[in-house]
Design a protein around this ligand. Structure first.
Ligand code: RB5
Length: 176
């Protein structure tokens, strides 16, 4: 698989490890920097990678900063990017199966090398389940999805219990 990867200085060492591992696994990896451990600004790298994923330069992206938070916040400003900040095998797997995430974010200061490699392998190998999750991803991508407030979501359009209403029978029966 063609993957794009970038980090700031806080993710530099982990990026080097993941680039080597992904290449050993046979992936085609484009390393977008940073190229040295000198201090840089994570948004520069997250915006660049997001533009390139949306342009089709790679099927998936990986972004690493100190915590993964800044990278995920920045990448998710781009419509069509679904950047998932993951911390373990379970979140990496569900980011693909349920969210069709196209960018994996992680923290170079929060995630050890063994877990990072495991998350990358899972993220690249796991397919999207589609079905009800496709409907939800479509809603994420809708322009109007940014509207919020109690009047916006009608019955059956979401988890009404999140708005303070008691869950209906249909809510309870609905698959997770
Ligand atoms: C850099 O010190 C740090 O703030 C950055 O790597 C990242 O963790 C931001 O979210």
């Amino acid at each position: 698989m063609r993957i794009l990867i970038a980090s700031d200085h806080a993710g530099f060492d982990l990026k080097a490890l993941l680039v080597g591992h992904a290449r050993d696994e046979g992936h085609d990896v484009l390393d977008l920097g940073t190229a040295t451990p000198a201090s840089v600004d994570y948004p520069d790298f997250a915006h660049d990678l997001a533009h390139r994923v949306l342009a089709g330069e790679g099927e998936r992206g990986v972004l690493i900063c100190g915590t993964g938070i800044g990278m995920s916040i920045t990448a998710n400003r781009h419509r069509g990017i679904r950047a998932a900040l993951c911390h373990d095998a379970f979140t990496a797997e569900l980011a693909r199966r349920h969210n069709d995430a196209n960018v994996l974010c992680m923290g170079g200061r929060t995630t050890g090398p063994g877990v990072a490699v495991q998350m990358l392998d899972i993220f690249l190998a796991t397919p999207f389940e589609g079905g009800r999750h496709q409907r939800r991803v479509d809603k994420v991508e809708e322009q109007g999805a940014a509207k919020t407030g109690p009047g916006v979501r009608g019955p059956g359009s979401g988890n009404d219990s999140a708005l303070g209403a008691a869950p209906s029978k249909e809510d309870k029966e609905r698959e997770s």
